[in-house]
Design a protein around this ligand. Structure first.
Ligand SMILES: Cc1cc2nc3c(=O)[nH]c(=O)nc-3n(C[C@H](O)[C@H](O)[C@H](O)COP(=O)(O)OP(=O)(O)OC[C@H]3O[C@@H](n4cnc5c(N)ncnc54)[C@H](O)[C@@H]3O)c2cc1C
Length: 312
């Protein structure tokens, strides 16, 4: 089939790759490209965060975990490594459904939990270095024969294709008049220091993370709903540092090397469904919130399945 993918973020490129692998012709149209996307700002840890519905995100997340781990082993240029991390919680909660789908998960002993938290778990998860991963995704798309074009789409009806895959992220607000898509602003800090294992408190109100890449650690975070500002804020920087110091007292502020900010394309639920406009099949794949990387391959596989089902 002739497919047009709108968007060259992690959702668009993963979908493009799966479509090409399934034998479709693919043209990717995007207004902006890496390194200017929220996909480039992603920290990026595999961890289902700020994305719903859970029944689906658990499945998409599990499929993506397996694929990211495979890429880490077989494609060194993709920039994926496996790391241990510890999630700390301020209350005892039900264990996440995805725990059975990952390589390592255990509940922490009380002596392993810092003061101020009462519960937690240790997990192993892929860390995706987006400054390697985004170029790798683009190259893989091209290597498979995908065509990539800079182009702003104003109306889905203007595109001539058998299938349109809409991966426009926050752009879906205008493109589909979907006011349910809202920004959740995230500011991060890069530090040239390794925490050994990652330390996390991933409740939106207290969001704290130390994500160790091979060459630096990403400190976060903020999750400010409906906040469109891409300016770095001193107050956010200070809050992030204080939160990270609470879980990582050895943090050395003199080793900070940079910072960034991005807008997560949040929605009450990820929109992954098909519709028909005239004779064109549209598959929407946007609204992944804080888990666009975590869900990317599971969602891309479902994009291909939805197309196959429609033409059965
Ligand atoms: C600080 C921070 C940390 C994060 N950490 C993580 C993490 O650890 N793990 C994780 O899984 N996720 C994380 N995320 C979330 C992740 O970044 C997003 O969920 C993901 O990048 C969304 O990808 P996307 O491809 O849907 O959107 P985008 O990357 O925004 O791509 C959208 C694409 O659509 C194009 N587009 C939009 N409108 C149009 C139009 N009208 N015409 C043509 N093109 C259009 C854009 O130009 C762009 O190419 C984080 C986000 C932030 C801000």
């Amino acid at each position: 089939m002739d497919c047009v993918v709108i968007g060259a973020g992690v959702s668009g490129l993963s979908s493009a790759i799966r479509l090409l692998e399934a034998g479709h012709n693919v043209r990717v149209l995007a207004r902006e490209f890496s390194p200017d996307l929220v996909s480039d700002v992603a920290a990026a840890l595999w961890y289902p965060f700020l994305a719903h519905p859970i029944e689906k995100t658990d499945r998409w997340g599990a499929e993506t975990y397996t694929e990211l781990m495979r890429l880490g082993e077989e494609e060194p240029m993709s920039g994926i490594t496996m790391r241990f991390g510890r999630e700390y919680l301020r209350e005892v909660v039900e264990l996440p459904g995805w725990r059975k789908d990952i390589t390592h998960f255990r509940v922490l002993e009380s002596g392993e939990i810092p003061e101020g938290w009462i519960f937690g778990w240790e997990f192993e998860s892929p860390i995706i270095e987006m400054y390697h991963y985004m170029p790798w995704l683009l190259q893989r798309t091209r290597d498979l024969g995908g065509i990539i074009e800079e182009n702003e789409v104003e109306d889905l009806a203007e595109i001539s294709a058998e299938v349109i895959v809409n991966c426009s992220g926050i752009g879906a607000r205008e493109l589909c008049q979907d006011t349910e898509v809202k920004p959740v602003r995230g500011q991060i800090i890069y530090i040239n220091q390794d925490p050994g294992f990652g330390r996390f408190d991933q409740q939106p109100e207290t969001l704290t993370y130390t994500i160790a890449r091979r060459d630096c650690t990403v400190l976060g975070g903020t999750a400010q709903s409906d906040d469109w500002s891409l300016e770095l804020r001193d107050s956010d920087r200070e809050t992030i540092l204080q939160k990270c110091e609470a879980v990582w007292p050895e943090l050395d502020r003199s080793k900070i090397i940079g910072e960034s900010v991005g807008l997560r394309p949040s929605r009450s639920e990820v929109r992954l469904e098909s519709e028909k406009i005239n004779d064109t099949l549209i598959i929407h794949n946007y609204g992944h919130g804080g888990a666009g990387v975590t869900l990317s391959w599971g969602c891309a596989d479902e994009v291909v399945s939805l197309i196959e089902e429609s033409y059965e």
